[in-house]
Design a protein around this ligand. Structure first.
Ligand code: BYC
Length: 332
């Protein structure tokens, strides 16, 4: 939809012009926004399309593990809040697909990439939600990690992405608080409820720490995306900020983190943490996490079941177009 008014073809021919590249970089360095019809290096367009579309896919696939608990929420208040949260995530996916479309890739192409397994989505959504406490842990930890990663994206050099992120981050803050409040209620409840909260923290902690991506040494895209001010902080810096913010919150509600090496470092004023099992992240990203197959199957089914809606919308649009043409001809 947003791909129609773009000058994409002209841009591609000018892709490796050093003068244009220098002007582009100066624009970025001056903290000015790049807009859809501005000249941009093809590699900038490509990496942004990759990141924004993967982000959109993550929001959409991210609805599945929580959607699973809407009918089983323990009270009407919890159900209403969870319903609103999952709906927000659908909305985030839609803003993000719109932002990615302004770079010249259609929504249909992005869906195809997700459904064919070519495009990634966040590793975190390949873990199961076994108990109600998992809904608390997702809000507190996963949305907490998302906020840490996404607040700096509000200052991203690409205008449509930066603007989409402002609203998304406001909603993510509500998500994080509702999750923490669930964890706090459980942690202060019966011994069984506290054990449920602790079990959810045990299972979600390391996958949340891994959400920030590979270590800075291993990250393929960080150097260039930081130069282009898409990313403002490295994966490891954001991970450390997340750990520093989250550990005191967990301790405040009487929970323990599943990391014997977690220790406050008086010298650096940061929480030191244990070694990350990178083989797990690689495995989950490669499609072999606990729920990868189930998530993709659900997405494919949803896409197939929505086919009649897409066909009906296209048929209606065509009918209106034909009517307009007929009315124009009759008026001549
Ligand atoms: N999972 O060079 P690197 C949400 C991939 S939505 C899967 O460091 P980059 C929420 C990476 O794509 C959460 N793949 O990459 C929703 C790359 O592979 P490709 C999603 C990962 O882009 C609902 C390769 O590994 N948030 O929070 O510089 C409910 C090398 O990595 C992961 C976003 O998408 C991973 N965890 O940095 C609740 C935010 N990590 O693409 C919450 C926007 C890395 O070359 N995205 N990979 O095939 C970003 O900030 C960055 O893309 C990342 C990765 C930090 C994720």
């Amino acid at each position: 939809m947003y791909t129609q008014a773009l000058n994409v073809k002209e841009e591609a021919t000018a892709a490796s012009d050093p003068k244009l590249e220098a002007r582009f970089q100066a624009h970025v360095d001056a903290e000015l926004k790049i807009e859809p019809n501005d000249w941009m290096p093809e590699a900038y367009r490509k990496t942004l399309t990759r990141q924004i579309s993967q982000h959109a896919h993550s929001e959409i696939v991210g609805m599945l593990p929580e959607g699973n608990w809407i009918t089983r929420a323990p009270t009407l208040r919890r159900k209403a809040a969870l319903l609103a949260k999952v709906q927000d995530e659908g909305g985030h996916g839609l803003y993000l697909y719109s932002a990615a479309e302004t770079l010249g890739t259609s929504r249909e192409q992005m869906f195809d990439q997700l459904l064919s397994g070519k495009a990634k989505y966040s590793s975190i959504f390949n873990y199961p939600t076994l108990t109600w406490a998992d809904i608390g842990a997702i809000g507190w930890l996963v949305d907490g990690a998302a906020i840490m990663n996404q607040i700096p994206l509000c200052r991203c050099s690409y205008g449509p992405y930066a603007r989409a992120m402002i609203r998304i981050c406001k909603e993510e803050s509500f998500h994080q608080r509702q999750g923490y409040e669930i964890m706090m209620t459980l942690a202060r409840g019966t011994p069984e409820q506290k054990a449920m909260a602790q079990d959810a923290l045990n299972r979600w902690w390391w996958p949340s720490v891994m959400m920030f991506g590979p270590s800075d040494k291993e990250s393929q895209h960080s150097d260039v995306t930081m130069r282009w001010k898409i990313k403002r902080f490295s994966n490891d810096d954001l991970r450390q900020k997340f750990v520093d913010a989250t550990v005191p919150q967990g301790h405040f509600i009487g929970l323990e983190f599943p990391d014997p090496d977690l220790k406050f470092n008086e010298k650096t004023k940061h929480w030191d943490f244990g070694a990350i099992d990178w083989s797990e992240l690689k495995r989950v990203i490669a499609g072999d996490g606990p729920c990868n197959k189930q998530r993709m199957k659900q997405r494919r089914t949803a896409h197939d079941e929505g086919r009649w809606v897409r066909e009906a919308a296209l048929a209606y649009a065509e009918k209106r177009r034909n009517r307009e043409v007929a009315a124009k001809v009759a008026a001549e």
